[in-house]
Ligand binder design. Structure first.
Ligand code: ADP
Ligand code: MG
Length: 586
């Protein structure tokens, strides 16, 4: 997927609402910034006064006057300390709060995105976006308004003061400023591009690491460690190349600003001295001029240093918005209602479906009705669309034609939450979260009591093996349940569904990955689970579906055979063929 790029204006427009809850802090922060700026601007004025008095009116200058002036300056410095404390502390914390808010929003949005998004996006990239990429937002959120405000105030006030001292000299100095700004802006935009590439490449690196580490066992089995390292090194090198580009650009940037600094100082020295010789400016004026130019240069320097942070922040915000602007493809219709507890009749009416961005039609005008409490099995060749059909019922994908109804009402009519609440799914790959066995079962209904969790485990046939473990229900399952066998994991996932207690059950090859003994155990649990519920079972082991009320044979041409086990055998069709093949294998 090509990521959208945003203009600076757009980035600001979208970022600005995040300041809203903290506007008071922001205003106070800017006020403090104003105070520190004033303190800084006062010193050259004092120096000018003292120099001119010393040179031209020494007789009028008393120690008392000096003490008075210094006392004022000291008071200002104290104010400056307090203001600086506020800016550095509270200002940064405001930035961190904004960063935290954005991270929460991005995370929340991620959970609403459809399977299609995840099929096309690398998890490593997403992780980077909501962690590292947002780091720079704290600095950005705090410094961006502050630095621009300080620079603006300083430039304007310094300009006014300098103009009052000497117009010609001021104009000479300020002639350099616009050129400097233009050049720096140009370099700045180049920098944004480099930071974009840098962020993207970090994402690629993350994705590569994740892929390779999750596939550790396969890497080892094929002894492809060196190949993995080489692939990684290619990405790692590319990352270096981008970093090199960014340092190169920063070097150009710094050198350029030094050149402009030099030009300003040289101008003041040259023209200022000539003006002084000519008697157009006083010595104290020249001192003040030099000091103001120093302040100006320091300000511009800060802005320039900030430019890097600014661009990093902008890149972070851009990558954040790319998540926030990813379409939530599957959502509640405006008039969606709660489903309540359905009887469990599921019907497909002329359903057509193709995967988004694939356009390979999986179903065309499929019709099917499953009655409440009926046990229906789906069999058929791999890739025939069994899993896809199951995914349409809880709206993991939306049909592209026709409609699916539950108890006669379109599933789009119900809220997603209530629809999914009524459907229990057991799949071949079980996903266990890191945590304890208890945590994983209670996930099915987070408000369940410990007794209910144990009851669910008993019905799923999991209680026995769980209590045999050293820590029982409090045993840590390890990442993705690596410490448990396939059959054990599957029974935990079934307990989860027992706890949820939905009226509709979908079993997608739930026993396919298991050995015979576990299959037997799990099949018993599944039998108990499907009692009294509408059940749709997909299985390639025909033994487990023999007793279904109805068996459907699904191929690329749709449902081609239908009936119970005996009826289908008599037809001598695909099912019969499957059945005989399965028996030959035994
Ligand atoms: P089955 O479960 O019967 O083996 P599937 O429902 O998984 O079959 O797949 C049906 C067809 O849809 C296959 O051609 C498969 O390649 C395709 N398919 C499955 N998942 C996706 C996906 N996420 N994106 C695009 N095509 C898919
Ligand atoms: Mg499948």
């Amino acid at each position: 997927m090509k990521d959208r790029q945003y203009t600076t204006k757009e980035l600001f427009r979208r970022f600005q609402p995040y300041f809203k809850p903290y506007w008071k802090t922001l205003v106070l922060d800017l006020f403090c910034a104003g105070l520190t700026t004033l303190c800084e601007l006062v010193l050259p004025m004092i120096m000018r006064y003292i120099t001119n008095q010393g040179l031209y009116h020494l007789a009028e200058l008393s120690v008392q006057t000096i003490l008075g002036v210094v006392a004022i300056y000291l008071a200002l410095r104290i104010v400056d300390c307090v203001a600086t404390y506020y800016m550095a502390g509270v200002g940064h914390i405001m930035g961190a709060k904004i960063e935290t808010d954005m991270r929460r929003d991005a995370y929340q949005h991620l959970h609403q995105l459809s399977n299609t998004y995840y099929n096309n996006t690398k998890v490593g990239q997403i992780m980077g976006r909501i962690t590292n990429d947002l780091f720079d937002v704290t600095e950005f959120a705090h410094h961006c308004p502050e630095e621009f405000f300080i620079a603006g105030v300083k430039l304007v006030i310094a300009f006014i003061i300098l103009m009052r001292i000497n117009v010609l000299l001021t104009l000479i100095i300020f002639l350099i400023v616009p050129i400097m700004v233009a050049v720096c802006m140009h370099l700045n935009f180049k920098m944004r591009d480099v930071f974009r590439r840098q962020r993207n490449q970090i994402g690629e690196l993350n994705a590569r690491i994740e892929d390779s580490l999750l596939g550790q066992k396969v890497v080892k089995a094929f002894t492809n460690e060196q190949m993995e390292t080489n692939k990684f090194e290619t990405d790692n090198r590319q990352f270096f190349d981008i970093k090199r580009d960014s340092y190169h650009l920063m070097a150009v940037f710094n050198a350029t600003t030094h050149a402009f600094d030099g030009a300003m100082y040289v101008s003041v020295l040259l023209f200022g001295s000539i003006f002084m010789i000519k008697g157009w400016v006083a010595a104290g004026d020249l001192v003040a001029f030099l000091l103001y130019v120093t302040t100006l240069i320091a300000t511009i320097r800060r802005i320039i240093e900030f430019a890097e942070q600014f661009q990093r922040g902008m890149t972070g915000i851009e990558r954040f918005l790319q998540i926030m602007d990813a379409d939530i493809e599957i959502f509640d219709e405006a008039d969606a209602v709660e489903m309540g507890e359905p009887k469990g009749e599921i019907a497909f009416h002329n359903v057509s479906f193709e995967y988004p961005d694939d356009h390979n039609q999986v179903f065309k005008n499929l019709n099917l009705t499953i009655h409440p409490g009926e046990k229906v099995a789906l069999v058929g060749p791999s890739g025939g669309g069994k899993t896809t059909l199951c995914n349409l019922i809880p709206r993991f994908y939306d049909v592209t034609g026709g409609e699916i109804t539950i108890d006669g009402k379109s599933i789009k009519h119900f809220t997603l939450k209530s629809l999914r609440h009524n459907i229990g799914i057991v799949q071949q790959d079980v996903y266990l979260f890191s945590g304890t066995i208890y945590d994983n079962i209670v996930y099915g209904r987070p408000d369940a009591t410990r007794e209910e969790v144990m009851e669910a485990a008993k019905r799923a046939g999991a209680h026995e093996f769980i209590t045999e473990l050293k820590d029982g229900y409090d045993t840590y399952v390890g990442e993705r349940g690596v410490k448990l066998s396939g059959g054990q994991k599957q029974r935990i996932s079934i307990a989860r569904v027992f706890l949820k207690n939905p009226p509709i059950i979908i079993l997608d090859e739930a026993t396919s990955a298991l050995d015979n003994e576990s299959e037997y155990e799990v099949a018993k649990s599944l039998g108990r689970l499907s009692e009294g519920r509408t059940t749709l079972t997909i299985a390639h082991r025909l033994s487990s579906i023999r007793n279904s009320d109805r068996i459907l044979v699904l191929t690329h041409d749709g449902i081609v055979e239908e009936g119970n086990h005996e009826e289908l055998l008599e037809k001598h069709g695909i099912y019969d063929q499957f059945y005989r093949m399965a028996n030959e294998l035994k």
